[in-house]
Design a protein around this ligand. Structure first.
Ligand code: GCU
Length: 679
């Protein structure tokens, strides 16, 4: 029973006697006022948590006057003898409220899902030792869509998976023993996730058949597990399914046979799973089939599918990661960063209202530093989701430590100016800037079947934080980290402070020793771990840095460059194009500059590169020193897990430091002012 398995739901015994005494009277009885699988799960969780933290076996009745009552607004109204609705009815369906009423505690949801979130909030608050008065709360999610994408393949591998194999699939089958899926659902619901797609966006041959009789019975079981935790199940589909599954001559979205095929398919799926979420679609992207093949556009493709699922309340989540991955590196007129906007912006208004576009947070691909995608918020009449990557494909692959909440917070706080000042990404995706019918946030998950789920145990903080952040984006990175640390490692001061310090330093540190000043890439092709400065420079993927003996960076200005900057509102275009205002951490994303160009720090670009790379390595050594401080307080397996990964990180940082410094020294011939070792 390794602790790492339980992630942040460990329910560690509370030692503080006074606290126990004050809370315990409320915990002896719990009762749900209605029957539902979601509420049963909430009760089970409450019982488990109370047992773990307070060593109390709960009774399932309220014959006494003390205890917890859980249920939905309408029914609990009567119990409480006052108008509960008045405080909750303005809130979203998933909102919850916790009320203390003499010796009873009411956990009330606007729906059973809301009540479950309330139960989790309650348990979390106990573990964080909140007083009874602090427990009273009304909470409503800022985003309606709070989704995860698994990139799991049918053979059990996980694309960009750094935590073992899939918990859903094994040897071309859906796993029989689904207990781990149930635990995953518990973890996800505890941080408010309400939708999941379980198979890779790249839908290969075998996965194509997930939507057929052969597999639907098993898919249905998974849907039922997630349903019990308020999570809707989606599947990624192959756009060419009619051909692959039933040998139709075409997958043309305007072909009547194709339309009928999808309609029948939708009916078949919804017969099995009446609340099925819908399809996630990666089309015309990295060699996946799509409407372009038939000279149709993305609205044609998405709408055809949307029509098929509309009667059942289904949604089509259509990815915008569409670009030319067969670019000739000699071609300087094509800029991959422009692609999503160029493809989709002209289609604004053409999509049906059950289509939602899924847009990566940056215009390239989850680099450690990218500007915010100009497409987000640029389409007034098309539903949008922003996509983050919890999996650390480009941020250390769950070997290197990289706490990503600060990065996502920066993205959410970016002002698009689409409806004047204050049109932040946070408000755009919450549906407060344009009247989107559906919007929110989705992310690539980082879990696998490793005992501790996430490879590096500290990477659990990213999954936890993702859920917490998108429920309530006003939480700070520190708050989220502290919550996670206390639930996961206990409340010992030194553990709390040290791990917090490590997490908060980790993103800046990673950025320092990898590709400089927003230019990105410079990684090993294929697996994307470790440095390879020219690895993609003469390749077809559109990811170039253009370093020569004089300078480096990509000119994306309107005047002299690719014009990418003009995809933003004018305020942002000016901001990025002007060297005085362009954030320095994005300088080489927007500009090609000489190595001797002077930064605001007074340093030249080349000296900045040398300095940050020596610093980045040094900071990894510091992370190791910090981790060693907690050895006595953390269980051995976890201590060793993180220690091992930190030593891999150190080796990685060394390789980055020395390759980057050497490469740019050789290109530029300019020496390090401090005379440190460069090869
Ligand atoms: C990245 C990643 C791929 C993935 C793709 C996507 O390019 O490396 O593995 O399939 O993103 O998001 O579709």
């Amino acid at each position: 029973d390794l602790k790492g398995y339980h992630m942040w739901l460990q329910y560690q015994p509370i030692k503080d006697k006074q606290y126990k005494k004050a809370i315990a009277p409320f915990l002896k009885n719990i009762r749900s006022v209605e029957n539902s699988p979601v509420l049963s799960n909430a009760m089970e969780e409450l019982a488990m948590g109370i047992k773990g933290m307070f060593n109390i076996e709960v009774n399932y009745n309220l014959s006494t006057e003390e205890g917890i009552v859980i249920g939905t607004t309408d029914i609990l109204e009567k119990e409480l003898g006052r108008d509960v609705k008045s405080s909750l009815h303005e809130e979203s369906k998933e909102a919850f409220e916790i009320i203390k009423d003499e010796k009873k505690l009411f956990i009330i949801g606007n729906s059973v899902q809301g009540a479950l979130y309330g139960a989790h909030h309650f348990l979390r608050s106990l573990q964080l030792k909140k007083t009874i008065d602090q427990l009273e709360i009304i909470s409503s999610p800022k985003n309606d869509f709070r989704m995860l994408n698994q990139w799991d393949n049918f053979d059990g591998t996980v694309e960009r998976g750094y935590s073992g194999n899939s918990i859903f699939f094994k040897n071309d089958q859906i796993v029989q023993n689904k207990s781990r899926i149930k635990d995953y659902a518990r973890f996800l619901s505890s941080v408010g996730i309400n939708a999941i797609s379980i198979n890779n966006v790249n839908v290969w041959e075998k996965e194509t058949f997930l939507i057929t009789k052969k597999h639907l019975a098993e898919v249905k079981k998974i849907a039922a597990i997630f349903r019990g935790y308020g999570i809707k199940l989606y599947l990624s589909i192959n756009f060419a399914s009619p051909m692959a599954i039933d040998q139709l001559a075409s997958a043309d979205p305007l072909d009547e046979n194709v339309k009928k095929w999808w309609k029948d398919k939708a009916k078949e799926i919804y017969q099995e799973i009446p609340d099925f979420g819908g399809f996630v679609v990666k089309a015309d992207s990295e060699h996946r089939p799509g409407p372009f093949f038939y000279n149709r556009n993305h609205a044609d493709g998405a709408n055809m599918l949307a029509e098929a699922v509309a009667d059942f309340g289904g949604k089509i989540i259509w990815r915008c990661f569409v670009y030319n991955c067969l670019q000739d590196w000699r071609d300087r007129s094509t800029d991959r960063a422009r692609a999503a906007y160029d493809h989709f912006k002209p289609l604004d208004g053409d999509f049906l209202d059950n289509v939602i576009l899924q847009i990566k947070n940056g215009p390239m691909d989850f680099q450690v530093r990218e500007p915010v995608s100009p497409l987000i918020g640029a389409m007034q009449s098309t539903n949008q989701l922003i996509e983050f990557q919890v999996a650390q494909e480009y941020t250390g692959q769950q070997k290197d430590l990289c706490y990503l909440i600060p990065q996502w917070k920066e993205v959410l706080s970016f002002d698009t100016y689409h409806k004047g000042e204050g049109s932040t990404i946070e408000e755009v995706v919450a549906g407060n800037i344009h009247p989107y019918k559906y919007s929110g946030i989705v992310a690539v998950s980082n879990i696998g079947d490793d005992e501790n789920w996430t490879g590096n145990t500290l990477a659990q903080a990213n999954l936890y934080g993702y859920g917490r952040l998108i429920w309530n984006p006003s939480l700070t990175s520190e708050q989220i980290a502290e919550e996670w640390i206390i639930q996961t490692f206990g409340e010992e001061k030194i553990v709390r402070e040290t791990i917090l310090d490590m997490l908060l330093k980790s993103w800046p540190t990673y950025e320092k020793y990898t590709a400089p000043l927003g230019v990105g890439w410079m990684i090993n092709p294929g697996h994307h771990y470790g440095p390879n400065i020219d690895g993609y420079e003469y390749a077809a993927w559109g990811t170039y840095h253009f370093a020569d003996r004089d300078g480096i960076g990509v000119d994306r200005t309107e005047k002299t460059g690719t014009g990418y900057a003009a995809q933003y509102q004018i305020e942002n275009q000016r901001f990025f194009e002007d060297l005085d205002t362009c954030p320095e951490n994005l300088l080489l994303f927007f500009h090609h500059l000489p190595y001797k160009y002077t930064l605001k720090s007074g340093k030249s670009i080349i000296q900045h590169i040398y300095d940050t790379h020596f610093e980045g390595y040094r900071e990894v050594e510091e992370l190791i020193e910090l981790w060693n401080k907690v050895e006595a307080y953390v269980e051995e397996t976890t201590f060793n897990n993180v220690a091992d990964r930190l030593s891999m990180q150190l080796a990685n940082a060394k390789e980055w430091r020395d390759q980057i410094n050497t490469y740019f020294y050789r290109k530029s011939g300019i020496k390090d002012e401090k005379g440190r070792t460069i090869y």
